[in-house]
Design a protein around this ligand. Structure first.
Ligand code: R5P
Length: 288
């Protein structure tokens, strides 16, 4: 109780849908960021929770967060951070010798900047919801799986459906539903840049989806390649109606959601972890 009385929430302008923004972020003409925390003195020795979004423009958002933390940590040691989508989480292991691990770098920076605990949703490098430690940073990984599943139930109404996750990373999405995991996704790196495309997607045991409605659940939809490939494969196997739910609608490219809907999918729904203006996408609000 006493602890609660000593808690203060800071909302950046990028997270003002979670609470009224109470710190200022502006940009100089050369685009450099400026941060002002008007009530800085009232943070003294309080537990402070910072609500923020780090996507889109992750590098800029991360640097602004470091500016915020630089001031907050002068006042208190009890800093927690909530970011619904954690960027730079994909490169979490060294597949090729010499690759830099962005997941570790980001966690390390946050820890050394004073963050005691980070809360996020369906973090790419974590295998399931729960409390984890990465590069010394404590992370509470929540999952939007229940909300996504509830939406699918509402969508299909009395009709039965089964849940499919397109790869092992998202397999925990099927834990609370009778579902399948497609466990052989391979990606081929294109010659230029880091764009990837799906090479194959199969299951050890062939999926029994003939005549069934399907809800594909994944943590992230980025280029849409995973979902489009999975939906095509499921259709080939005789699936009936396919809908797609994901926690994070990154949609990095032109008209990604439209492309997914033009493939074999009837509906795409994501959460508000990333602010999305796309009218064809149904957005579910995360309750914090
Ligand atoms: C990968 O392991 C993730 O779970 C998603 O499947 C992936 O990030 C989706 O990316 P894209 O939409 O570019 O295929």
């Amino acid at each position: 109780m006493l602890y609660n009385l000593c808690m203060l929430k800071l909302f950046t302008p990028y997270a003002s849908d979670f609470g009224r923004a109470n710190l200022t972020i502006k940009h100089f003409p050369d685009t450099e960021s400026y941060v002002l925390i008007p009530q800085i003195k009232s943070l003294k020795n309080k537990k402070v929770i910072i609500y923020n979004r780090l996507y889109p423009e992750p590098e800029k958002r991360i640097f602004e967060l470091l500016l915020i933390l630089s001031r907050v940590k002068e006042e208190t040691k009890h800093i927690e951070l909530f970011v619904p989508y954690l960027p730079y989480a994909r490169q979490d292991r060294e597949n090729k010798k010499g690759e830099a691990l962005s997941a570790d770098v980001l966690c390390g920076i946050l820890k050394s900047s004073g963050v005691k605990k980070l809360t996020t949703y369906d973090c790419h490098f974590l295998p399931k919801p729960g409390i984890f430690i990465r590069n010394d940073l404590t992370i509470e990984n929540k999952s939007a799986g229940t909300e996504l599943l509830a939406y699918a139930k509402k969508y299909f109404g009395k009709e039965e459906f089964c849940v499919v996750s397109p790869d092992q990373g998202a397999s925990y999405f099927t834990d609370n539903a009778q579902g399948f995991t497609m466990n052989k996704k391979r990606r081929r790196v294109k010659e230029h840049g880091l764009e990837t495309e799906i090479h194959s997607m199969e299951c050890d045991n062939e999926l029994d989806v003939k005549g069934k409605n399907i809800c594909i659940l994944d943590d992230i939809v980025a280029s849409g390649g995973t979902i489009i490939y999975a939906a095509k494969h499921l259709k080939k196997l005789g699936a009936k109606k396919i809908i797609v739910g994901a926690t994070h609608g990154v949609f990095c490219g032109d008209k990604i959601a439209e492309k997914i809907l033009k493939s074999s999918c009837s509906r795409i729904f994501v959460t508000n972890s990333i602010l999305n203006q796309d009218k064809v996408v149904k957005v579910l609000n995360l309750e914090i």
